[in-house]
Design a binder for this molecule. Sequence first.
Ligand SMILES: [Zn+2]
Ligand SMILES: [Zn+2]
Length: 258
Amino acid sequence: MEYDEKLQSEEKRKSICIQNAVKQGREMLLDLVFPRRCPVCGEIVIPKGEFICPSCVKKLSPVHQPVCLKCGKELESDRMEFCYDCTRHHRSFERNLALLNYNDTASRSMSAIKYKNKREYLDFYSEALWLRFGRQIHFWNPDFFVPVPIHPTRRKIRGFNQAEVLAEKLSEKSGIPVCGGALKRIRKTAPQKTLDSSARFHNLEQAFGPGSIPQGTKRVLLVDDIYTTGSTMEACTRILLKMGVEQVYGLTVCIGKN
Ligand SMILES: [Zn+2]
Ligand SMILES: [Zn+2]
């Protein structure tokens, strides 16, 4: 990287960090007026200042080691390196990290974010992601966070894309910018649950298309709420690699069986 470019990107990171400090102050004030609600039970969080009720946090199931070295799913034995899915399917991304097992509690909370407009719950999830994986993210040193896009009509109805909100919150914490237009969702997909894994991939392969990304981008970190079969991450990664990105990493709040 040229010296000027390095200086510019350093300036950009600094300015994101300053904006973040201002925002945190504003959030503390807001918390006094509109107390924070728990992402699990939906009630006002006590004690004040916390992101989740102490009793509700126990209902979530954090991903424990050993994990699959590709998708980040929990493994049954530390003699395994990869999960069953990752040994059977080609993964073009370097590695995905996931925070929580997709149990009923996590599933209800994720659905509330998307279908009951509880985007405020993403404050907790982004904070937890950052506490758990911040060091690893800095080590990977991505040029951008890239949110997995949702279809524009879906975004219009929902008012936001949960992956984009997560990416923006992570950007505030890390100083790493978001490239929101790197990928496009060009087609809505049929419900994935009814399809087997190869049909899922074909269903998704045509759902995404290239957007635009600054020239010279080498590494990106894809952000999404849920990782199930890995088809979404694989489809997005292949497009990004075709666009000239060299390495794609992934970060998801939840990871499920199938
Ligand atoms: Zn609660
Ligand atoms: Zn895996």
